[in-house]
Design a protein around this ligand. Sequence first.
Ligand SMILES: NC(=O)c1ccc[n+]([C@@H]2O[C@H](COP(=O)([O-])OP(=O)(O)OC[C@H]3O[C@@H](n4cnc5c(N)ncnc54)[C@H](O)[C@@H]3O)[C@@H](O)[C@H]2O)c1
Length: 425
Amino acid sequence: MAPPAEGPADLVVVGLGHVGLPLARSASAAGLRVLGLDVSARVASGLGAGRSHVGGVSDADVTAMLGQDFRASTDPEIVCGARTVVLCVPTGLVADGGPDLAQVEAATSEVATRIGPGTLVVLESTSYPGTTEEVVRPLLEKGSGLVAGQDFALAYSPQRIDPGNRKWGVENTPKIVSGYTTDCARRAVAFYSPFVKDIVLAKGTREAEMAKLLENTYRYVNIALVDEVALYCRQSGIDVWDVLHCAGTKPFGFGRFVPGPGVGGHCIPVDPRYLAAEAERQGFSFRLLDAARQVVDAMPGHVARRALGLLDEHGVRRDGARVLLLGVTYKPDVADIRETPARGVATVLAESGALVTYHDPYVDRFHVGGTALPRATGLDEALTSADLVILLQPHACYDLGALGRLDRPLLDTRGAVTGRFVTTL
Ligand SMILES: NC(=O)c1ccc[n+]([C@@H]2O[C@H](COP(=O)([O-])OP(=O)(O)OC[C@H]3O[C@@H](n4cnc5c(N)ncnc54)[C@H](O)[C@@H]3O)[C@@H](O)[C@H]2O)c1
């Protein structure tokens, strides 16, 4: 691992993952002296050797960052003297499905003892309204002996990055920025302005936190809506994809969402739970979220049962049937399998005795219930030896025309393929 460069940094990014690394890249490209802190030695040493572990950030990007004096380290001492510290650590769920702020708390406490007068600390992790002021602020004040808004600046700025999106990145996606005080907000705007084109100033940190949750909850609820519409259309003999095409031509008042095998990733299935849990704590019930969750959570099982029905229709015994999953990531053309619905699909199929394999150029290993699912590397061979193919994610590398010409059943969960043996959701 490369040693941390000498002297204090303009910016220390804490948590060099899907959010932190692109942020570090943008700030570094804008000429800021950036250091990165991560608890993972693998992450820090990989970056030090010029290797990116995040899709959308290339090895060449990391090499360019290293050329700009970027260093990644596991040593929290690199925070000392930094002008700005941005926290980009995960916010997951605890076993009962509630918010898990353990990593935000751990990172904040590490940082707290190392900030000084004048430091700007920004939280970018997604969380419920109140996290910045009620969770992060007390930890920073306790660890540093300084007062937020007086001795150091505190801000919240949600990250909107969309992994795999080539059009919208850190620089050109409008960024919501908020501060604990007006001065804190001003500091945060000044920090982001050199590398983010449009800044949207929120009234306060709670508004900014809530705005992020609204954005992802909006996606969640609308995905649930089109999933349920797809189930209804199927029962009623209506082509849901044609419905979506027609409705999608309305130039106002309709945002197009598409059905699929379920939601995944680290945001869409998780963030609405932050909102629901915090609201519940305050005695408020988000009924729409409960309904959406029921629909979305049922989709992988629905896909698996459709697949089993197709096997029956084609006279293939479920027990021992060879089922090939195409694309096990949570969305096309990313390498992320967190919360992927493919896991639920594979589980139900395997429980029914099917021999499930997968093909995915982005995923070397895919575990389901503690067992590694066999991976097919040669696509053509895998397709011709399967009794049933399920297209979960239409990665750009898949030839959809060729899939449509297959001489065996294909269940297309994305409405991407047409063909004689193709069945859609
Ligand atoms: N992934 C996305 O598309 C996305 C988009 C917008 C917002 N977010 C939010 O951003 C936050 C970060 O998500 P992510 O996807 O980048 O996570 P990630 O898992 O990709 O990366 C987080 C990194 O933080 C490191 N880390 C954990 N605890 C740490 C600590 N105490 N100190 C230093 N490093 C620590 C981990 O080792 C990891 O490398 C989450 O709140 C997430 O909800 C994610």
